[in-house]
Design a protein around this ligand. Structure first.
Ligand SMILES: *Cc1c(COP(=O)(O)O)cnc(C)c1O
Length: 466
């Protein structure tokens, strides 16, 4: 059997296998890599319902990767060894709904589920190819620490994470800078997050430097990240289908880059019986407007209490557009071109004129987010982090006995203890991991807001890879 091949949403990159797709990240033609077909797993669901999280992961991943089963099993075991909960991602009944806790990884955010994997995949591939990699990343908070924990201590990988100096929430900054492994470099850039991102993009465009130093990215468009996230839709969905004896489930997903909910879309396309994917945004509502009105149009980014969703351009959205365009890559190129030139694009419609019957969408603004946190605390003695609360606020009205709601909990509340204090009037969100970083030693270097300074920093700290 030939293993799954990957192609670009823009149709101008030759097909490649999984390992090349992981190392490549973004396709050379600017598109995103997608599997050439989506496996139909409906006749395996009864069996999968009896399996552990790791076993379901194996069954799903083997459909998409090009590595031997034994190696894949080892990678899966290693990637989840760092999780504090035996079920990895437990679904917990709270009131009428289920909360899918995705925050039991080392940095207490759902990004760990994908980034623990990606780090191990990178290491595996680099070992087999006898190569090295220098990861360059820019972060405003969450992603940086999850990426660092994904690759800390790995021999063939160094990671350079830029954050805007003094502009990251103190605890989140400490989650990054308390990691003292030799291969981890935290750069406090004297500028904004956009400056950091600008420097990163500039260095990736410097092709001679990129080649010589083997620069790579861990951003949310990497297919391995989406793939790892498909698993928890199945594990929680099958669990709820069985325990509640229903034939459909619904998911509420707090959304920024459209990465997490895209994994849910793949799960539904593979045959998980999903009635609705409920897309929830904060006031940065480009995606919820899109699914209500069919137009994807740029707005301004405003800061909110769910900062990991303060995003306008959703980097994973192009994969969805590809499916909406029925795989017509010329049409995808046209839509992206329209968006880049005018800041808006029209989504291809369904026959009935609707955008997509699988999706519902809405906005959880600051007021309803805080009210939801308070209500869950008072009625259920359960603390929702503000991102999770956005999803719960938007998703709750869709819950029904025939199609129960599973709300994805994307961060532990202690990561956002200020929002908890604002919501319930008490500073009660705590987690031992975060207590431990409060006074642990840190290491970071200040760097000027200047691409040449960051390039020189890399040159001064690691050898070329070639
Ligand atoms: C990244 C993140 C999100 C948004 O996930 P996307 O894949 O970007 O949609 C939501 N909540 C938290 C806590 C996050 O870190």
């Amino acid at each position: 059997m030939q293993s799954m091949q990957y192609m670009s949403t823009r149709g101008q990159t030759p097909a490649m296998g999984f390992q090349d797709a992981v190392i490549t990240g973004l396709a050379p033609d600017g598109g995103l890599l997608i599997p050439e077909s989506i496996p139909d797993v409906r006749n395996q669901l009864d069996h999968w319902a009896t399996l552990s999280y790791q076993e379901i992961t194996f069954e799903i991943l083997r459909l998409f990767v090009d590595l031997p089963d034994d190696d894949l099993q080892t990678l899966i075991r290693d990637s989840y060894a760092s999780f504090a909960h035996p079920e990895i991602a437990p679904a917990v009944p709270v009131g009428d709904i289920e909360i899918l806790e995705l925050f039991h990884g080392p940095t207490l955010a759902f990004k760990d589920i994908a980034l623990q994997f990606l780090g191990n995949f990178f290491e595996y591939i680099l070992e087999h190819r006898d190569q090295r990699l220098n990861i360059l990343a820019a972060t405003s908070g969450d992603t940086g620490s999850a990426a660092i924990y994904g690759v800390r201590g790995k021999e063939r990988i160094n990671i350079f994470v830029m954050h805007p100096k003094g502009r990251v929430a103190p605890l989140q900054e400490r989650q990054m800078t308390t990691v003292l492994d030799d291969n981890v470099f935290n750069l406090a850039v004297e500028g904004t997050f956009d400056d950091c991102q600008g420097i990163m993009k500039g260095l990736f465009r410097d092709l001679p430097f990129k080649e010589k130093y083997g620069l790579g990215a861990v951003n949310s468009v990497n297919w391995a990240r989406v793939l790892a996230q498909i698993v928890y839709y199945f594990s929680s969905g099958l669990y709820v289908l069985n325990t509640r004896q229903v034939s459909e489930v619904q998911f509420a997903v707090p959304t920024g880059n459209f990465g997490d909910i895209l994994a849910g879309y793949y799960a539904a396309k593979m045959g998980l019986p999903v009635r609705r994917l409920i897309l929830a945004t904060n006031e940065n509502d480009i995606l919820s407007r899109c699914f209500s009105k069919g137009e994807y149009s740029l707005g301004d980014v405003v800061p909110t209490i769910s900062p990991s969703m303060d995003i306008q351009v959703a980097s994973n959205f192009e994969r969805y557009l590809y499916y909406k365009a029925n795989g017509d890559t010329a049409r995808v190129r046209q839509m992206i071109h329209d968006f880049e030139s005018s800041g808006r694009l029209e989504i291809p419609r369904e026959a009935d004129g609707g955008v997509d019957p699988l999706f519902a969408a809405g906005v959880g603004d600051t007021e309803s987010t805080l009210a939801t946190i308070r209500r869950y605390y008072e009625q259920h003695n359960y603390l929702l982090d503000p991102h999770t609360a956005v999803g719960v606020a938007v998703g709750e009205p869709y819950h029904c006995a025939e199609a129960p709601l599973i709300a994805l909990a994307t961060a532990h509340p202690a990561k956002f203890n200020q929002a908890i204090l604002d919501a319930v009037g008490k500073d009660i969100a705590r987690h031992p991991y975060l207590e431990a970083v409060r006074d642990a030693p840190t290491r970071q270097d200040e760097v000027a807001n200047d691409i040449d300074a960051v390039r020189q920093y890399v040159i001064d700290h690691v050898p070329p890879v070639g």
